[in-house]
Design a protein around this ligand. Structure first.
Ligand code: NCD
Length: 316
């Protein structure tokens, strides 16, 4: 098993075989998590700090549960109540925590690149839980595991990513991962929500949803990231739903066994029809959440093995 990384900052630096290694280990953690007794020791004696500078439900809970199931001492920093509010910089906060010798730092931040910068200043392993519109590697990995388990493979699939591509770190990390694993990627959305120059990346771009969904094996929906919009990107939510909201009529253009995904939080009736989102024959949205815990366990387990192979300063 090779995974020679000190941090997990993005999908970009990962090789396909490293992605496979991580997903294989995550698969074993899925089984482990379904057992009644879920206590392992892979992270025992290690301290994990979660620093979330942006709202989060599933990612933060998932990292916390993952750390606890592996025996780490997990601390959630309440960033709203931290000294950041007193004007302390991100780096000073990170250096302060670093002096307490954490082993794993899980960070979410609204600015693209902030987590990479922080990783250069600390000597523990840093996991990016989403930085601005840049990367969200564990989301792409959990999506990949969900797809691999549902479709039996993670290559040569036609995958449609639909909606607010321009503001989405989920889309970016997924694009990188699915491209590395040799899938056919289609991006569907209004031109105002499509990053410029994206077609150079080897993807097909559509603004007609029915056209883009034809023959898709996987349909991945995205939330309108209003917090990252500074103007009128869409005419109205009603109009947006009409053109780009996924309902069973539009899904009818995809393959009969196409799966429906959404990273959450979803806005029912804006990007997806609520009944379709709850349809367990098509939607794997709850599976994605389950896979999230397993993928984060695998990621922290692999990084911790690398920590431990470094010369230990701990007196035993
Ligand atoms: C995503 C995020 O934060 O980037 N959510 C998540 O982590 N599950 C997507 C979103 O906020 O729309």
């Amino acid at each position: 098993m090779r995974f020679d990384h000190r941090h997990l900052l993005g999908i970009e630096p990962l090789r396909p075989d490293e992605i496979t290694t991580l997903l294989d280990l995550a698969d074993r953690y899925v089984d482990f998590n379904r057992r009644p007794d879920r206590h392992a020791r892979a992270l025992s004696g290690l301290t994990q700090i979660n620093m979330f500078f942006e709202n989060s439900t599933r990612t933060q809970a998932s990292f916390e549960i993952a750390g606890k199931r592996l025996g780490a001492d997990v601390m959630n920093m309440a960033m709203q109540a931290s000294s950041i509010k007193k004007g302390e910089t991100l780096i000073d906060t990170a250096m302060t925590l670093n002096a307490m010798h954490p082993d794993l730092l899980v960070v979410r931040h609204p600015h693209s690149g902030a987590v990479n910068l922080l990783a250069q200043k600390v000597n523990c392993a840093v996991l990016n839980a989403g930085d601005g519109r840049h990367e969200h590697p564990t989301q792409a990995l959990l999506d990949a595991l969900t797809i691999r388990r549902a479709k039996g493979r993670l290559h040569r699939l036609t995958i449609a990513i639909c909606g607010d591509i321009a503001h989405s770190r989920v889309a970016r990390s997924n694009l990188l991962l699915l491209h590395k694993m040799e899938n056919r990627i289609r991006l569907i959305g209004p031109p105002t929500l499509m990053p410029s120059g994206i077609d150079a990346f080897g993807v097909e771009v559509f603004d007609d949803m029915r056209e883009g969904l034809k023959g898709a094996d996987v349909v991945m929906m995205l939330r309108l990231q209003r917090e990252r919009m500074d103007g009128g990107f869409i005419p109205s939510e009603r109009e947006y739903y009409h053109r780009y909201g996924l309902d069973s009529e539009k899904l009818g253009y995809a393959m009969d066994d196409a799966i429906v995904m959404h990273p959450g939080p979803m806005n029912r009736g804006v990007e997806i029809d609520g009944t379709l989102a709850d349809d367990i024959n098509r939607s794997v949205i709850q599976d994605q959440v389950e896979m999230g815990v397993a993928v984060r366990m695998a990621a922290m387990d692999l990084l911790a093995r690398n920590l431990r192979s470094r010369p230990s300063e701990i007196i035993t």
